[in-house]
Design a protein around this ligand. Sequence first.
Ligand code: HEM
Length: 153
Amino acid sequence: MGEETGSSVGRENQNTKNESTQEDSGVKYYTRKEVQVHNMGKDTWLIIHDKVYDITSFMEEHPGGEEVLLEQAGADATESFEDVGHSTDAREMLQQYYIGELHMDDRKKESKKEVYITTSKDSRSWSTWFIPAIAAVLVGIMYRYYTLEHKSS
Ligand code: HEM
């Protein structure tokens, strides 16, 4: 593991990309571009759920075969990883190959935005009928009491 990290730093120096790899409280951040370079059988990185994994030593051990991993090499494999429905064991194995996080600027934000917009729209349509309905019921009750009081006196 240590050896792998060392060699990756060397490559980043060669590409003069070292500044973009931030180190913050021990966590390394990689851009999609930096991950993309590691797309070969002997140097394979993957992004799964915004985390970066160096799976070079895992390629031959993968029960699903080397080829499917090579297809995703250097890219975001979240969807294909989830599509297979990997076991809890498989998910725990991921930790062994973890090398850092995907850079914040390179993360996809669409899904969160979508959920936010849907819920805010939903609550708006709900309040448009609920508040007037309550108000109408209250006015009705008040009117009824008012007319009853006037009748009895
Ligand atoms: C580092 C990431 C990965 C790890 C640690 C991993 C691990 C495993 C493990 C342990 C299994 C055995 C079944 C299970 O326990 O779920 C498995 C099966 C499988 N994996 Fe992965 N996997 C990884 C990434 C991927 C990716 C990215 C793909 C697809 C592109 C993939 C495709 C498959 C397939 C198709 C099988 C089924 C094999 C079969 O049932 O015959 N895996 N994987």
